[in-house]
Design a protein around this ligand. Structure first.
Ligand SMILES: Cc1cc2nc3c(=O)[nH]c(=O)nc-3n(C[C@H](O)[C@H](O)[C@H](O)COP(=O)(O)OP(=O)(O)OC[C@H]3O[C@@H](n4cnc5c(N)ncnc54)[C@H](O)[C@@H]3O)c2cc1C
Length: 375
């Protein structure tokens, strides 16, 4: 077996392609888009600012295997991501919720984590069992903070009430009782690629056994030309939606050029209001993103929507508390397992939200095993 097809030039496809090429396989990568890097694609805009075309991608992990693998393809600039939320009265407070957020919202003067914990315990409504996002948040922080920071956001993001969203969606979010204001405090490695993400992909694909064809959509007739196919396309689309559709949320990105002097000092500002928009990003504030200073910078405002209202751009798999889409995914997964020359990979191939470090780690593990099994 020597010739393989990789569908998708995002991180899943790139890791598979590189590892298979290193193991001696001839690899052809196709992507229907006109660029490599999948949803991590970035470029330097004419304003001189590097932007991420599909929304801000912050690299953070505690998995040093992933960092070591990437070190071959990039240098890094240190960056600890911090976010603020704009309250209805215009004040900006740390997000996720921490000690300072609690004091700002309730007008308290709490000083220690214990005082915050004691205060929040007077606001919570205990729920048992914890099934929905609302159960989790009401039990942890109570309705006041939940309804300010999570309910409008969830409605915009998922078009669902918190009571309909699976608890796991919010369980990974931090609620801090101290003054920690970093967005990913538990990750030991946080940094941005010095030359951007797209450069990483150029270097990954720069291998004598890898060829990349862009503007090329997968079609089933291609399979006959290859000994195996690693496919990051949506699994329901591959099977013609036979068991039903796997829905996704998407985001419309609204880009504006702004005089640098008018820009705030924050990278990301979350909105707590009921407008259709969730947050804004100021790219030049991220290290290595003000590539040349023209006096003009960029703001991106995000507007969540159904993927059918955004050219079928699939970003976030929809997880409901009743697990109905997981069940549909399992049917596709079982059907796919019957073909040992076809492996579904990545976010849309496996219908799960994966951060970059997770998709790289998962892909390294699975492709390593596949190579072992096919020696
Ligand atoms: C808005 C947003 C913000 C994010 N922020 C972060 C963050 O801050 N930190 C973080 O770690 N992760 C973040 N992520 C997650 C990150 O984007 C993913 O981990 C990563 O993109 C997954 O890689 P992938 O290869 O699975 O999918 P993708 O990057 O989506 O790549 C899949 C590729 O397959 C191609 N493809 C699909 N169907 C076909 C077809 N039929 N034929 C040919 N090609 C096809 C697509 O065009 C695409 O290029 C974010 C994601 C989104 C959507």
């Amino acid at each position: 077996m020597s010739r393989v097809l990789v569908v998708g030039a995002g991180f899943a496809g790139a890791v598979y392609a590189r590892e298979l090429a290193e193991a001696g396989y001839e690899v052809e990568v196709i992507d229907k888009r006109s660029h490599i890097a999948g949803n991590c694609y970035d470029y330097v805009h004419s304003s001189g600012v590097r932007i991420h075309h599909y929304g801000p991608h912050l690299f953070h992990t505690s998995n040093m295997r992933v960092v070591e693998w990437l070190n071959t393809f990039t240098d890094w600039v240190p960056y600890d991501h911090c976010v603020v939320a704009r309250l209805p009265d215009g004040r900006l407070v740390p997000a996720p919720v921490n000690l300072d957020t609690v004091n700002a919202v309730f007008g308290t003067q709490l000083e220690t984590p214990q005082e915050v914990a004691d205060f929040l315990s007077t606001r919570v409504i205990a729920r048992d069992p914890i099934t929905s996002a609302e159960d989790h948040l009401y039990s942890k922080i109570g309705p006041d903070l939940t309804d300010l920071f999570f309910r409008p956001y969830t409605q915009k993001m998922w078009e669902l009430d918190l009571s309909e969203v699976d608890a796991s969606v919010v369980q990974r979010l931090q609620i801090r009782t101290d003054r920690e204001n970093r967005y990913f405090p538990s990750d030991t490695f946080q940094a941005m690629p010095k030359d951007g993400y797209t450069k990483i992909f150029e270097r990954i694909f720069d291998h004598s056994k890898i060829s990349v064809r862009l503007n090329t959509e997968f079609s089933a007739s291609m399979l006959a030309d290859y000994d195996a196919c690693f496919n990051s396309m949506p699994i329901d689309e591959f099977f013609g939606y036979e068991f039903g559709e796997l829905p996704y949320r998407s985001i419309r990105f609204h880009l504006t050029e702004v005089p640098k002097a008018d820009a705030p000092e924050h990278v990301v500002i979350n909105y707590t209001d009921t407008s259709p928009y969730t947050r804004e990003t100021w790219w030049h504030r991220i290290p290595a993103h003000l590539v040349s200073d023209t006096g003009t910078v960029l703001r991106t405002v995000e507007e969540p929507c159904d993927y059918k209202d955004n050219h079928l751009e699939r970003y976030y798999p929809v997880k409901t508390s009743d697990g109905r889409f997981e069940k549909i995914y399992k049917l596709y997964q079982e059907k796919a397992a019957a073909n040992d020359r076809l492996v579904f990979i990545g976010r849309c191939g496996t219908y799960q939200y994966l951060d970059m470090h997770q998709v790289i780690n998962q892909s390294l593990t699975h492709v390593g095993k596949w190579i072992q099994d096919h020696r």
